[in-house]
Design a binder for this molecule. Structure first.
Ligand SMILES: Nc1ncnc2c1ncn2[C@@H]1O[C@H](COP(=O)(O)OP(=O)(O)OP(=O)(O)O)[C@@H](O)[C@H]1O
Ligand SMILES: O=P(O)(O)OC[C@H]1O[C@H](OP(=O)(O)OP(=O)(O)O)[C@H](O)[C@@H]1O
Ligand SMILES: [Mg+2]
Length: 285
């Protein structure tokens, strides 16, 4: 039986979270330092450690079957590659920025300017869509320095907290796209590999659902149960068990992480007591 070949970033911003995800889905990798390829225990995969920017070509050529990669890199050079899962980490956006004191009134102001970027295709497409012609200056890193050294009038690069723009006296003026880490798949995948990928993806989905949810346990007076239950979505419906103390019940449920505080405040306001919130490791629906 063949192995599914998965690419992950060798080092950089995606590496740690990618390795943590593999570990959480039960893939333990036994790699020595500086090894560029490793096999895994417990699952038929081989892991390739590559540069994020090189991965789209490896996927296109079928040298690797799947990859954990920044979505923005696929948009830049991953035509024809399918994204099958958004992974919820390394969130960022690709933006155009200009010097803080520049008089900027809209995208038309970019006409005839010099724009420094590591993402020429993404910028070019955006400019064309807006009927703008600009001169692109392609650089691979430290793009934010370009306006300060007279190399460009504007830049297009990744922004997350905005602190790199701030430190370089730049302001964000256009957001071209938003990105996060994704599971991407080669367009040339055998049936046998597709079957392994399906299991791999199923495991990832179970972990991501767990990460996005919390398990809640609380005590509720019986006369408030209806109001409390109406606040709890649960997987089917909340579990309600009688407490030893007359007139009270224990309620268990799963809630989405994003609505967490709103739901907890509602539960408290409706008389819930002893609310416990626990992380969920995996969730299979
Ligand atoms: N500041 C940031 N915050 C969040 N995510 C980011 C940030 N910078 C980059 N990313 C995301 O992480 C990916 C990898 O970024 P990183 O800087 O580690 O590598 P790189 O230099 O683009 O790639 P390579 O592995 O080819 O050297 C980017 O493509 C982007 O999706
Ligand atoms: O908005 P912020 O939170 O400041 O993040 C944005 C910065 O992060 C990335 O650079 P990175 O640190 O990965 O360095 P690199 O250019 O060497 O890849 C990106 O290219 C920006 O420069
Ligand atoms: Mg970077």
């Amino acid at each position: 039986m063949s192995n599914l070949r998965i690419a992950v970033q060798k080092s950089g911003r995606l590496n740690e979270d990618s390795m943590a995800l593999l570990k959480d889905i039960g893939i333990s990798i036994d790699n020595g330092k500086d090894q560029l390829k490793a096999s895994a225990k417990g699952f038929p995969v081989e892991v390739f450690y590559l540069r994020n920017g090189d991965i789209p070509q490896y996927l296109k050529d079928g040298v690797v079957d799947a990859a954990i990669i920044g979505e923005n890199v696929l948009i830049e050079k991953g035509e024809g590659i399918n994204v099958v899962e958004k992974l919820g980490f390394s969130s960022c956006r690709v933006c155009i920025a200009v010097p803080k004191d520049a008089d900027y009134n809209g995208v038309k102001d970019l006409d005839g300017t010099r724009i420094a970027t590591s993402y020429p295709n993404t910028v070019q497409q955006y400019l064309e869509k807006n009927g703008i012609t600009a001169n692109l200056h392609i650089i691979n890193g430290s793009v934010e320095i370009a306006p300060n050294i007279g190399l460009a009038d504007a830049i297009c690069d990744i922004v997350s907290s905005g602190s790199t723009l701030f430190k370089n006296n730049l302001k964000e003026v256009e957001t071209i796209l938003t990105s996060e880490a994704v599971l991407a798949v080669s367009p040339v995948l055998s049936e046998e590999k597709q079957a392994i990928l399906d299991t791999f993806q199923f495991r990832i989905q179970s972990v991501l659902k767990g990460r996005n949810s919390k398990y809640v346990l609380l005590n509720a007076p019986n006369d408030k149960l209806d109001a409390i239950i109406s606040l709890l979505p649960g997987m089917k419906s909340p579990t309600v068990l009688p407490l030893a103390q007359e007139g009270w019940s224990s309620v268990h449920s799963v809630i989405p992480k994003n609505d967490f505080w709103k739901i907890i405040e509602g539960l408290k306001a409706n008389g819930a007591q002893g609310i416990l919130v626990c992380p969920i490791e995996k969730m299979v629906l």
